[in-house]
Design a protein around this ligand. Structure first.
Ligand SMILES: *[C@@H]1O[C@H](CO)[C@@H](O)[C@H](O)[C@H]1NC(C)=O
Ligand SMILES: *[C@@H]1O[C@H](CO)[C@@H](O)[C@H](O)[C@H]1NC(C)=O
Ligand SMILES: *[C@@H]1O[C@H](CO)[C@@H](O)[C@H](O)[C@H]1NC(C)=O
Ligand SMILES: *[C@@H]1O[C@H](CO)[C@@H](O)[C@H](O)[C@H]1NC(C)=O
Ligand SMILES: *[C@@H]1O[C@H](CO)[C@@H](O)[C@H](O)[C@H]1NC(C)=O
Ligand SMILES: *[C@@H]1O[C@H](CO)[C@@H](O)[C@H](O)[C@H]1NC(C)=O
Ligand SMILES: *[C@@H]1O[C@H](CO)[C@@H](O)[C@H](O)[C@H]1NC(C)=O
Ligand SMILES: *[C@@H]1O[C@H](CO)[C@@H](O)[C@H](O)[C@H]1NC(C)=O
Ligand SMILES: *[C@@H]1O[C@H](CO)[C@@H](O)[C@H](O)[C@H]1NC(C)=O
Length: 757
């Protein structure tokens, strides 16, 4: 994973705000020509302990904006800012104008009417679109990571940041940096990949995209959060320092001084602040039982979390950090600890240019509404979605379909609620282009569409099957859309039958309810059936690969998802998405990630199976079943075919300081233009410790015209080929490395040997 040495933007204005201070001359911290270090020091030296504590607690716009009428409450604002002035949360499903106005009022108040005039970080959510009514909704993180297109992902992040900045938001809680290695976990859809390199590149694109628009990114759940015991949200994560360094470049833990001080600050040189998740500090008492929970022992929480490096406490809990002034007065908390936390937080604000420029121009002059949901942003959501869809099977070249004759569109995910995944604002499921909408728009009057839902998303009720079978039988081809579903923000935590999302974990990856039987009923008609998985995680129904004419994976869609899917179905776009996670045959074979340790599994296990006549062939791994994936990491088909030349290296012998150029020529040997994702894996042939059997170390997505050949070069810094040795030191061990160019983690096109001395 990339090292997040900067969580905030660097890029400042030199427009000086003429604000009041307690001295007739302009204080140092307000002078943008002074270094950030000096500004931080100067400002901290002027602050009272109450002002310091107030920086370290998150406020909430709900304290001065009535969330049902939008009415402003002046005393509510003053009251909030007395103790919680450093940042405030604004992620409410209310009209944008209410937020824009009440954010401006709060920032005005802080800048003009408080003693020191420190502007706030204004915070909301934005992992796949800004959490605002009618903002542009992009496809879910696991979906856009499937595009393997970091440039487009960065463009998306810029678009999200522009919409956030338009109303005055300057920090988003995105991206989620952890790995999707526990597929039972409900938040797989919020992760990018099982693979550290792909996740790192994608996260890097999001961070740089957001921050290029002056919106501070927050790399959340950045270490060992997404592999909880039993797949249960917020469950304990196991793994020693070796495993976590090998996989994550770090160690797990919450409010852990080793992680937050030694590693994040000491080793990674991170200079900014860490904020707890909503309610997370309370968990020290009420979940971990490290302190009294009733009433919560706020002194204990503060003394455990703040010195450990958790600088700012988010709302959603007990506001334990209110105890800071008292604890300092009693001599139980060092003022230096408080000053360090405040300095890290203020450093971020200075580096962002917030003191010079507390309002984006659009907020100051009320021009914000034209910046939200622009046609460019919507077009981008469409392009990114199209590039993210993965073609898993295309038996008999059934796809692409012709825009003629009759087409049945079936399944609970084909229409109705738009299948967005979690972290979209309440009400979103009611707007957007569904698969049925997209298919109808694509064919216009040139084909007949026969639609039937077949069954609900959550129910075992099969009473809709006859209508669906009938729709299939009177059509030339059937498209069946099934999968998982999540709910909009504020609805996820209610009993509304979601099957994925935050705190919605599963112990089976099979289709829920009547959906698998619906697919069987439609394929059973003999009408060629295209199955589309619309989901937030892998679905393990591997029998569908052979019974369906074609199989498509569309991870949770954007608001343009139906149009994107139609482009794939009718060949208006040649599929180019690749799986960012391996698909298991069954939940019982988890974990399934491709970069298992050398000792982990064999590539040709003795797998048992059931014969078509019902007799059983008994194996050992497993007795009945296989530990190998159904579809491997990096897999995805195209309507084109590509051939690869031999792999060449610009140097076969290298030292640790070298960068090797790996080159291959790729030819499109088919009659259609297409896009290939050229993947580079490295095997360290002999190592002093047990290491992953291979690791992705580079990739390039290339468009290749029919019949054309392109030269693909991937740079490989030898420094990246290291391991954590017995003494837990990162080192590149001399010897031979196999450099593979591949179509997926298991489909190797060619290789070359690199010797490192
Ligand atoms: C970011 O902020 C700087 C300084 O405040 C300003 O000059 C620049 O135009 C801003 N960039 C964007 C994209 O708004
Ligand atoms: C400014 O305010 C600080 C904090 O109250 C105080 O210590 C300092 O003396 C004031 N300076 C002036 C010049 O009034
Ligand atoms: C107040 O202004 C004087 C110069 O007039 C300066 O020497 C002093 O450092 C300032 N005090 C503070 C607290 O900034
Ligand atoms: C305004 O905020 C104050 C202070 O929090 C609170 O006491 C009062 O009830 C609020 N007024 C309204 C109308 O919400
Ligand atoms: C969202 O957009 C719809 C359709 O344009 C409009 O009817 C609705 O009023 C908008 N909602 C808000 C809160 O802006
Ligand atoms: C606060 O100060 C800024 C900059 O000096 C000014 O543009 C704005 O109008 C002021 N707001 C209020 C409410 O006084
Ligand atoms: C949830 O499922 C139950 C039946 O299992 C159904 O009655 C109810 O309508 C569903 N609710 C929602 C919101 O989907
Ligand atoms: C592929 O075509 C053959 C021959 O027409 C047919 O028997 C077979 O069922 C088809 N396979 C699928 C999955 O549709
Ligand atoms: C590269 O190193 C290998 C293994 O040490 C050696 O056999 C080979 O001769 C070297 N090749 C060159 C060109 O130096």
């Amino acid at each position: 994973m990339v090292k997040f040495t900067s969580l905030v933007a660097i890029g400042l204005a030199f427009a000086t705000a003429a604000t009041a201070d307690n001295n007739s001359s302009k204080p140092k911290y307000k002078d943008p020509h002074v270094s950030v270090d000096e500004r931080v020091k100067d400002l901290v030296s002027r602050m009272t302990i109450e002002e310091k504590a107030a920086q370290l607690l998150q406020g909430d716009i709900g304290n001065w904006m009535d969330t049902t009428t939008g009415a402003f409450n002046q005393s509510g604002l003053a009251d909030n800012m007395k103790t919680k002035a450093g940042s405030f949360y604004v992620g409410y499903p209310v009209p944008a104008s209410w937020l824009a106005e009440n954010i401006k009022k709060a920032q005005d108040y802080l800048v003009n009417e408080t003693r020191l005039g420190i502007p706030a970080l204004v915070q909301s959510e934005g992992i796949h679109g800004f959490l605002l009514i009618n903002a542009t909704i992009f496809n879910s993180p696991i979906a856009f990571a499937s595009s393997w297109n970091p440039t487009l992902v960065q463009d998306m992040a810029k678009a999200i940041a522009r919409e956030a900045a338009a109303i005055g938001v300057n920090q988003l809680f995105a991206p989620l940096g952890d790995l999707a290695r526990e597929l039972r976990y409900g938040r797989v859809e919020e992760c990018f990949s099982e693979d550290p390199y792909l996740a790192g590149e994608t996260a890097y694109s999001v961070v740089t995209g957001l921050q290029s628009e002056n919106v501070s990114a927050t790399v959340k759940h950045f270490l060992g959060f997404s592999a909880p015991e039993q797949g249960l949200n917020t469950g304990p994560v196991h793994g020693g320092e070796r495993e976590l360094r090998t996989t994550y470049d770090g160690v797990p833990a919450v409010a852990n001084s080793h992680m937050l001080n030694d590693i994040l600050r000491g080793e990674w040189d991170y200079q900014y602040y860490v904020i707890s998740d909503a309610g997370a500090t309370d968990r020290l008492c009420n979940t971990f039982k490290m302190c009294e929970a009733s009433p919560i022992d706020s002194d204990a929480v503060t003394l455990a979390a703040l010195p450990a490096g958790t600088d700012v406490e988010m709302g959603g809990g007990s506001y334990n950090y209110k105890q800071i002034p008292q604890l300092v007065k009693e001599g139980r908390l060092d003022i230096e600890t408080v000053d360090t936390a405040v300095s890290r937080f203020l450093r971020a604000k200075f580096e962002m240019g917030l003191f010079e420029n507390p309002y984006p121009a659009s907020v100051a002059d009320q021009t914000w509404s034209a910046l939200i949901h622009t046609s460019d942003a919507v077009q981008l959501a469409y392009s990114l979605d199209r590039e993210s869809i993965i073609l898993l099977e295309n038996n008999n070249n059934t796809l692409p379909l012709k825009k003629s004759g009759s087409i049945a569109v079936i399944g609970p995910m084909a229409h109705g609620f738009v299948n967005y995944g979690d972290y979209v604002v309440k009400g979103s499921m009611a707007r957007g282009v569904t698969p049925l909408d997209g298919i109808k728009a694509a064919v216009g009057n040139s084909a007949t569409i026969n639609y039937a839902m077949g069954c609900e998303r959550w129910s075992n009720d099969q009473s809709g099957f006859p209508e669906a079978i009938d729709a299939a039988k009177k059509s030339d081809v059937a498209v069946v859309v099934v999968g998982t579903w999540s709910r909009d923000q504020n609805e996820l935590w209610q009993g509304l039958n979601a099957t994925t999302g935050e705190h919605v974990d599963v112990n089976s990856l099979n289709l829920v309810g009547a959906q698998a039987d619906l697919v069987r009923a439609i394929t059973g008609t003999g009408v060629p059936t295209i199955v589309v998985f619309s989901s937030g995680k892998p679905v393990s129904e591997s029998w569908i690969a052979d019974s369906a004419a074609a199989l498509i994976q569309q991870f949770y869609q954007s608001e343009q998802g139906g149009n994107a899917l139609a482009d794939i179905l009718f060949g208006d776009y040649n599929p180019s998405g690749r799986l960012p996670v391996s698909f298991p045959h069954d939940v019982g074979s988890l974990p399934i990630y491709y970069d298992y340790l050398n000792s982990g599994r064999t590539s040709s296990p003795d797998a048992g199976y059931v014969n078509p006549d019902g007799s059983i062939h008994f194996g050992h791994q497993y007795v009945i079943g296989t530990p190998l994936p159904w579809y491997p990491f990096g897999y995805g088909k195209s309507y084109s075919t590509f051939s690869y030349s031999a792999v060449s290296l610009d140097k076969a012998n290298a030292t640790v300081s070298d960068t090797v150029t790996v080159e291959v020529q790729v030819t499109n040997t088919s009659p259609v233009d297409g896009t290939e994702v050229v993947q580079l894996y490295v095997i360290d042939n002999i190592a002093s410790v047990d290491i992953p059997n291979r690791k992705l170390k580079g990739f390039k997505k290339v468009f290749i015209k029919s019949g054309a050949t392109v030269r693909v070069q991937i740079q490989l810094p030898v420094q990246d080929l290291g391991l954590w040795n017995e003494k837990m030191q990162y080192t590149v061990e001399p010897g031979a490395f196999t450099i593979q160019i591949a179509r997926s983690a298991t489909d190797i096109a060619g290789s070359a040997t690199l010797y490192v001395s």
